[in-house]
Design a protein. Sequence first.
Length: 648
Amino acid sequence: MAKSATVAAPEKPADSNDLALASWQAHEAQMISTTMWQVVRRLPELLRQALRLGWQASRRDLASVIAFNSLAGLCACLGLVSGAQLLTQLLSSPNLTREALLETLGPIVAVVAAGGARSWLLSLARWAQARLRPQVERIVAVRLAEGASKVPLADFDNPTFHDSMTRARDRGLYEAPQMVSRAVDVLGALMGVMAAAGALTVLHPVLLPLLTAAIAVQAWTTARSARMRFETIFQLASSRRRKWMLHDLMVGRSAALEVRAFTMRDFLLVEYNSIARHEEGLELGLARRELVIGFTGTVLRGIGIGLVYAALGVLFASGVMPLSAAGAAIFAIQLGSSSLGALVISLNGCYESGLYFLDLVEFLEVTAARRSDSASSVRPMDGVSPSQSPVVALAQPAQFELSGVSFSYPGGTSPAVSDVSIRVSRGEMIALVGENGSGKSTVAKLIAALYDPDHGEIRWNGESLVGIRQEELWRHIGFIAQDFTHWPFSVRENITMGLPVDQELLGTAAFRSGVNVVVEGLDAGYDTLLDRRFKSGHELSKGQWQRIAAARAFYRDPALLICDEPTAALDARGEQAFLDALRVYAQDKAVILITHRLENVRYCDRAYVLTNGRVAESGDHDELVSRQGPFYELYRLQANRYAPIPSL
């Protein structure tokens, strides 16, 4: 057997124009240009939000952390006082007699007890803080998922939304519990600083300002380093998303066949390596700048601490401070230095986490404002705004209508659909036909209230959708999507889609879609897990999956059933059976069929032919053929593949 050779990743020069910040990110650059002082001024609000989040996660654990840290600070203060008393007694006695040693026993016990209690309380605080973190993670993850899943569908066509969600998900989600932990650390460090500050102020007022100045230098350098790190991650948001997508294509199962069949490996590696090297260059540059700034901060902090000890020596040598007070001051300086250092680290952590935490907070605010489960924002009639219209329940709809509707996708240079008017009533089955990109799927999503039109109206039962909650609308809609999801659930769960299991509805949906035949070939029947990535998982063919997608729409028993190319993966027999079932279903429901197979229009009461986002003509099959318009041209092309139709 030939030895396999290691293939080096191909390379190509990184195109900085492809990987630079996109134009739509320009307004967000204001965040990068924000000064440190502006961010510091926001720290109180960040701390408030973080502590509020911790309070919502677990009041008991947050209160315990604060209480334990406060008591630990009190113990530190008591320890300093007892230490000063101990030194005074030891240095005031020229001869250490038994009586003198016995007099120091009380302060010694106090120092030891205060130190032990402080260590024990800090351990309890860390324990409560460790309990708090997973609870915060859960709340934030749920809110992020809830917000992202409730925004309008059109937001997912907007790259701005994707990058905002990427930053919120990848760093904001991680930094939220970090923010809570660091907010608690700030409180704990403040307790230690207050204890040391009180002692140093009593011993000599000049010591505390000197110590604070020494720590402040390092605070600036550390905060500057955090700022540079945020700027780099912000610049990499788009390229990282693109890199992860390429990596998923190379290692995932969904693209595995075409990666091999089209020998895409080298091409993908070139693209991936280009982005990775660009990212690597930015991160190496960041590491170099952080090293310089960190070294500078450490040196300046060392000089500052040296000046504090020099000032203490001068005070002692000049007789301003006795030896016992100087000894106590050394302990206070050590405590103050460590506490101020911890405070700086905690504040810097809050500053750094706060930048990403703000991404999460702002994203959640945007999703709350954009959430699609609120009253529909469809353009109202007669100038009535959605906010003026009460939220009402929707009766069983019998007619669905688009009236002069236009819609453009975010960032689109031209409307996807323009001035479209379409109607379908209960008992009717209509078709939407046209060439690729003519707007058929967009029209269907507009009827289903998945998109809000830029102009025009959507009416159900002759009434505008203004004031109707979109989730209320969707209860009456079944949607067989062209690109349906392969959910990693059982067959039953793939059909019921979170609704309560109704065996009669399940059986009917399975029969109409042909899933009953699929289930018969599965060992575990409806309990079969449809994902080979898991043990005992099973994979279906594309046609079988299409039947599953149809069954989940039938299971809802909707008043309006929208079918977007529902037979694309079915064989001729399966397609015929499905269309027969669809025609029977349409006797008491409204059905919209999107299809490229124009022969299927014979099953429909009426067809709308779309061209460049507009309705070019409408009518039943025979009417459209007799007009010799756009429908006839497409129909003739398809029919000629089988048998020429006579010229009219």
